[in-house]
Each structure stands twice: as structure tokens, then as C-alpha cells.
Design a protein around this ligand. Structure first.
Ligand code: MN
Length: 253
């Protein structure tokens, strides 16, 4: 019995029961068959980590919802190799509780989930809601249900994923952006634990964003949905020629 409906694999880094993934899966079920494979708890900021030093446990909550005690990348890896009934046509990660703008894409488990899909050659999207306190996922979920069919229809270029950030409230529109730049002033909190040992806590710190017209942060600040095409090839191709002479320099004894 084969279905003609496309299959979408859904993951996140906020955990399988987070409101963001629930809204996303529900919206995507309107356009495709959906299988959810997500961490059993919050695994935000786990980046592209994969668990190689311990077994993974899977809890099948519903026929098409899997809870896994691993990272988002573990979930996508396991789902694609073992859990899904056939190769998904699309992998969607999110909707993250909070934005993933600029260099966040390197820390983000949400983006990593989508990147892992891309590694497997499955067109992949990451969705984040750029709200701090109140989270209404409805507009972001509605946009996912609008963008997914377009990607299913058109596909994505090789080794490319889309990082989507949705502003709070009702979006003004959607724009294609570049990854923004910022200078991060990190702060570390120092304190004493109840056993009087010093601890350090990495705090969110302050971001100073470098403004440019086309960036993800500028779009979201102006109320637009930001769509940044990211690549899994992180080679800085423009500087290859500048480094080429180093080969000769390094050959000298
Ligand atoms: Mn998260």
C-alpha cells in the first residue's frame, strides 16, 4: 500500500512535547504525511552533537511520534536510517522557542536537525519563532505549511538548507536574507554553590548587531519572516587564492 502524499520528518531541540513542534506537526499534517522524531527533553544549544558513547532509547508515543533520549541530530540520524517507513521528501526542524539568527546557527540544535537532513540529501528547513516571552506559534506554523509545499515542489540546491525566523505577531511578509553579523558581549556569572565551591554560569550577554539591509536580524526586527539559505560547505571559497602561497612557504624546511 503506497501513499502518494509526501512524507515529512519533523524534529526540534525543545523536546517532543514542546508547543512549537506540536504546532508545526499539526500544520504540516495538512500538506503531507508527518513523522515526528524528537528529543525526549529540551536539548537546545546542543549544536550538531551526536551520541556515540551510549545507546539511544526510543519511546513510540503514537504510531508516527517518536521520543528519543538524544540530540536533534541523533533523532534525524536514527529516524532516517531506521524509524521512517520510507525516505522523507522533506525534513523540518522547529518551531524553536526563540530566534536563531546570525551565529546562533552554529549553536542551535534546531538548525543542526535540519542540517543533518541536508547531510542525508533530504531538503531541510529550520523554523524559529523570534519571541522572547509570549509564544504564539500559529503564524509560524501557517508559514511552514505554506513554504513546505513550495520546497516539495521546487526542491533545494545541493547542500543547502533554509533557516527561517518568524517575528512575533503578524508578519509583514517574507524576505530572503543573509546570515547576520553581531558582536557578542558574553558575560559569566560567578557564584558559590551550597558546598562553597565556585561555579560559573554562562549568561546570555548582550548582542551588538551589525546592521545591513539584507540580514536575518534586520528582517525580523522589521517584522518580516527571514529565509536564509545556508550551506553545509563552510569553506571560505573567496580566500582560497590568498592561502595558496602558504603551501610553498610550508614546504620549506
Ligand atoms: Mn530550542
Amino acid at each position: 500500500m503506497s501513499s502518494s502524499r509526501p512524507l515529512i520528518l519533523v524534529t526540534n531541540d525543545d523536546g517532543v512535547s514542546a508547543p512549537g513542534i506540536t504546532a508545526l506537526a499539526e500544520a504540516l499534517r495538512g500538506v503531507a504525511e508527518v513523522v515526528v522524531a524528537a528529543p525526549d527533553r529540551e536539548r537546545s544549544a546542543t549544536s550538531h552533537s551526536i551520541s556515540l558513547d551510549r545507546p539511544l532509547r526510543v519511546d513510540q508515543l503514537h504510531p508516527d511520534v517518536f521520543s528519543i533520549d538524544g540530540t536533534p541530530v541523533d533523532c534525524v540520524y536514527l529516524a532516517l536510517l531506521h524509524l521512517v517507513p520510507r525516505r522523507p521528501d522533506l525534513c523540518v526542524s522547529g518551531i524553536n522557542h526563540g530566534y536563531n539568527l546570525g551565529s546562533d546557527v552554529f549553536y542551535s540544535g534546531t538548525v543542526a536537525g535540519a542540517r543533518e537532513g541536508t547531510f542525508f540529501g533530504v531538503p531541510s528547513l529550520a523554523f524559529s519563532l523570534a519571541a522572547r516571552a509570549e509564544h504564539d506559534f500559529a503564524p509560524a506554523a501557517a508559514f511552514a505549511a505554506k513554504l513546505a509545499p513550495l520546497v516539495l515542489d521546487k526542491g533545494l540546491p545541493e547542500r543547502t538548507l533554509l533557516n527561517v525566523n518568524v517575528p512575533p505577531g503578524t508578519p509583514t511578509g517574507a524576505v530572503v536574507t543573509v546570515q547576520g553579523r553581531r558582536e557578542h558581549e558574553g558575560t559569566i556569572m560567578e557564584g558559590l554553590d551550597p558546598r562553597r565551591r565556585t561555579f560559573y554560569w554562562i549568561e546570555e550577554g548582550r548582542d551588538r548587531w551589525v546592521s545591513d539591509e539584507m540580514s536575518d536580524i534586520t528582517a525580523v526586527r522589521n517584522g518580516y519572516i527571514s529565509i536564509s539559505p545556508l550551506q553545509t560547505d563552510t569553506t571560505h571559497h573567496q580566500v582560497m587564492a590568498a592561502f595558496k602561497p602558504w603551501e610553498a612557504a610550508l614546504r620549506k624546511p
